[in-house]
Ligand binder design. Sequence first.
Ligand code: NDP
Ligand code: 2IT
Length: 449
Amino acid sequence: MSFKSAYLQQVYDKVVQRNENEPEFLQAVHEVLESLEPVVEKRPDLVEAGVIERIVEPERLIMFRVSWVDDQGKVQVNRGYRVQFNSAIGPYKGGLRFHPSVCASVIKFLGFEQIFKNSLTGLPIGGGKGGSDFDPKGKSDMEVMRFCQSFMTELSKHIGADTDVPAGDIGVGGREIGFLFGQYKRLRNEYTGILTGKGIPYGGSLVRTEATGYGLCYFTREMLASKNDSFEGKKVVISGSGNVAIYAAEKATAMGATVIALSDSSGYIHDPNGVNLELIKQLKEVERKRISEYVKQVPSATYKEGCRGIWTIPCDIALPCATQNELDENDAKILIDNGCIAIAEGANMPSTPEAVAYIQAKGVLYGPAKAANAGGVATSALEMSQNSIRMSWTFEEVDKKLDDIMVNIYKAAYEASKEYGVEGDLVAGANIAGFIKVAEAMKAQGIAY
Ligand code: NDP
Ligand code: 2IT
């Protein structure tokens, strides 16, 4: 865990001291600081402006009580969070995650990653993230509504269309965004683009639902094209079966691949004929059922308990789209031994640092999350633009913009890796390209944040 630069070591040691019980946050910071070694050499002006010390400390972390009443009339209490990490290049922007594992460390790692991801999109959005340890699983629609209303009652004091614009993430989809938006409007009597991922009838953008998964495939297409290859005829394994996984599967299929496996936190399905996506959407998006239900309707497919086993299925391309640290070094070894040629991340930080090092050492194509999954937030920024001008663009227009943005992110990450002497290392390239823009803005704006 040591850095070549004594300066970076000192910055990191201080981050550890301040945040010692936050492993996910430290993991995310360590990865970015490692990438910044050549920047420290080349840009003493940024070091002098203290940009690196400042960027690892959130501008603000809000933590609040969310109390609500369940269907039995019993009072429940959850904890809510919003980290407003960096506003150098635009209003804080990033999703809300509702999952029992949510804690300050998880929210801070996600918010920190979001700074660089949002910068890479080329759009004017800063870094933020939020959520709660509330578990929407098994809750009725009315319970979810009451929770969302209570959550927004506090959150509304801290956000705004030009200040901080949340969206969805794990456990927060169209239903939750609708309840959150309704409550904001009720409290403020204001109809503004305060959230993204809204329904189409009330200010949402076409393609936002599909954007992260589609964008991931556009990015992966660029990686494959660098080796004169494509999705055509490839076998693809995708973890998760939520928003990102479903639309990654849809686009990979449209590009000529066969998606043979999907999972949830209980287990995974293997369908060598290619998963039936209409059925998956019905089970997951409409009925909110477990993925194990799939094999009841497709007897030729198999289901196995435990989500990690999905990486033992031989495939050409693996797209982790569930959660952090879901793919470790051993999983990476199995994938690569079985012939996998490309791994691109739909989830945030799904691969452990050891897995990333192994994949890169083997020369397998690797698309890091910050770059590969930036299509969701990029399309959120397009939703903000449409809300501001009170217009809506067609599906084709937004999809074309998304595709262009993903191509540009690939180029920016590749070019930065070349310029800083690590050609082809997209982890370093994405971190550096994302960092430089934010750092220049922080330097220009003076030292108070
Ligand atoms: P969803 O809630 O729609 O789906 C999450 C999926 O991941 C579900 O299949 C869920 O299974 C599985 N999952 C969640 N937690 C775990 C866990 N601890 N272990 C195993 N499986 C788990 O979320 P999204 O699809 O929106 O998000 C997936 C990932 O993509 C996250 O890392 C998110 O941060 C990232 N992301 C999302 C974007 C978006 O626009 N939505 C944009 C960029 C990144 P189960 O139902 O059993 O919990
Ligand atoms: O991790 C992410 O980029 C998201 N969950 C999407 C954030 C957004 O504001 O659309």
